[in-house]
Each structure stands twice: as C-alpha cells, then as structure tokens.
Design a protein. Structure first.
Length: 101
C-alpha cells in the first residue's frame, strides 16, 4: 500500500537508474519535484548528471525521515507497483516523456 512510483532516467530497462517513491508518486507530486529541480538548475539545465543529482536532492529535501525514497537500478526497484508505475524522465530537460504502468 502506498502512492508508489519509480522515476527512470532517459529510458526504462532493468539497468536504468531509478528513484523509488513510496508515498510521493502521484504525477502531480513528481511534476512539482521536477519543476523545483528545473528551477534549481537554472541555466545549467541540460547538464544531465547534475540534473539527476539535483532532482534527487529536491526529493530528499521534501521527504522527511529516512523512509519512502530510494535510488538504485530499476531491476531492484518496485517498478510494477500497481499505483503510478514508472515515469521516464529526460535528464536534459527534467520532463516526463513516458508513464509505464
């Protein structure tokens, strides 16, 4: 039970880097995290490795405690979660390009 989702970067496969969200996986919340990360990146948006790191920072800053947020390869995350599925995010734009349920 939760409001789960995984954010995969650039493509979705077992070896993609992903972010697991247990209670913050709605599209609206993920879009808020992405918007905050885009703002933080400013004119550096397009630097893919920094953008991925800053998105993780934004999520961590918004989720209190030490639960409900993880990072790993998609093969180790709950991508088939029956809640919000997996959002594929373009690392250069921090925009959702696909939602896989």
């Amino acid at each position: 039970m939760g409001n789960r989702a995984v954010i995969a970067f650039d493509k979705y496969d077992d070896k993609s880097i992903g972010i697991y969200l247990h209670w913050h996986g709605s599209k609206e919340t993920v879009e808020q995290f992405l918007a905050e990360a885009r703002e933080l990146m400013g004119d550096r948006l397009g630097d893919e490795s920094y953008a991925r790191a800053r998105l993780m920072q934004v999520i961590g800053n918004n989720i209190e405690g030490n639960l409900s947020f993880g990072v790993g390869l998609c093969e180790c995350l709950d991508c088939d979660n029956y809640d919000n599925g997996t959002y594929v995010v373009d690392s250069s734009t921090l925009q959702i390009t696909e939602n896989i349920n």
